[in-house]
Ligand binder design. Structure first.
Ligand code: 13P
Ligand code: SF4
Length: 303
């Protein structure tokens, strides 16, 4: 039996659902029950009332959020090594240090953080709703981490003072994009529309026609009449963009833009995870309760 058929059979037998991030390998996206950005996957995990098991094909912090929001379900991460380096950049000690410096300033954390960090913030946000969340927070100054570029993007959009914590947090994959590469591509495809993820640098954001989360890019590409799109985010998204828009052309702004952590999840690992029900992602109760409040606050502010 083919590996794909074995996964489909096991999935039925175990009442499992497979949720995959937009950066997952094409073959994983193709067998997933749902493919989306980080906020859509969190919501989807909560909607799956019948499921006993959620195979969360993404990275550590996303699976942790699913476990926090669904304490009654078993959340599995196919590869334990799939850890987002940006999420590791903000420790609890660092948050405490900044809170001590600015005791009256609220802390907003990007979901790309570990649950232990989320437990020390007032509200979470994703790249899809960061501007709305910051606008809704009742303060003109906000501590924000760990992505320095997203902090800068939000500061420019809202006019509020955003203090990045740490001062240097970044996504190694999105930092690879350079405006010069886009300019070269634009010489070849002058009509192309440029879509950029807000984790990219200001220089990259300045050459964008559209800035948004991975799923916001999917919607924009579908609704826009352009035929060619230059895309500045992890290469996995291009599979979904091409699949949903076969008549349009999508070009990655830099060929090497791969998140090696996301790619640790393979079809083989996903099969083993489902078969052996590993690796179970759990969050200590006291941390989960506090982190859940920050995630729920986000849902409340954006609704
Ligand atoms: P999205 O929420 O846009 O999918 O982003 C998640 C992420 O990890 C970006 O690098
Ligand atoms: Fe983390 Fe960047 Fe990979 Fe997203 S693309 S999971 S932010 S390292």
């Amino acid at each position: 039996m083919e590996l794909i058929d074995k996964i489909v059979e096991l999935k039925k037998e175990k009442k499992a659902v497979i949720l995959a991030h937009n950066y997952q390998r094409p073959e994983i996206q193709d067998i997933a029950d749902y493919v989306g950005d980080s906020i859509e996957l969190s919501r989807k995990a909560m909607e799956e009332k019948e499921a006993k098991i959620i195979v969360f094909s993404a990275v550590d912090f996303m699976a942790e959020s699913a476990a926090i929001l669904n304490p009654e379900k078993k959340v599995l991460l196919p590869s334990l090594g799939a850890r987002c380096p940006m999420a590791q950049m903000l420790t609890v000690e660092e948050i405490k240090r900044w809170k001590a410096l600015y005791p009256l300033v609220p802390v907003v954390l990007y979901v790309n953080t570990l649950a232990s960090a989320k437990a020390y913030c007032d509200v979470c946000c994703t790249s899809a709703n960061a501007v709305k969340v910051i606008e809704s927070v009742n303060a003109e100054t906000v501590l924000f981490g760990p992505d320095r570029n997203l902090a800068d993007y939000v500061q420019r959009k809202t006019g509020k003072t955003i203090i990045p914590i740490p001062e240097w947090g970044f996504c190694p994959t999105h930092l690879l994009f350079q405006p010069e590469d886009v300019q070269l591509l634009k010489m070849q495809y002058p009509e192309a529309v440029v879509m950029v993820h807000p984790e990219c640098t200001l220089e990259m954001r300045n050459v964008a026609d559209f800035i948004g989360s991975t799923s916001q890019m999917c919607r924009y590409a579908r609704e826009n009449n352009a035929k060619t799109f230059i895309v500045a985010t992890e290469e996995g998204l291009l599979h979904r963009l091409r699949k949903n828009n076969p008549e349009k052309q999508f070009i990655l702004a830099y060929e090497g833009a791969v998140c090696p952590n996301m790619k640790l999840n393979t079809l083989e690992r996903l099969y083993t995870a489902l078969k052996e029900e590993k690796h179970v992602i759990t969050v200590p109760k006291a941390i989960a309760e506090r982190a859940r409040k920050a995630l729920e606050k986000m849902f409340e502010l954006i609704n």
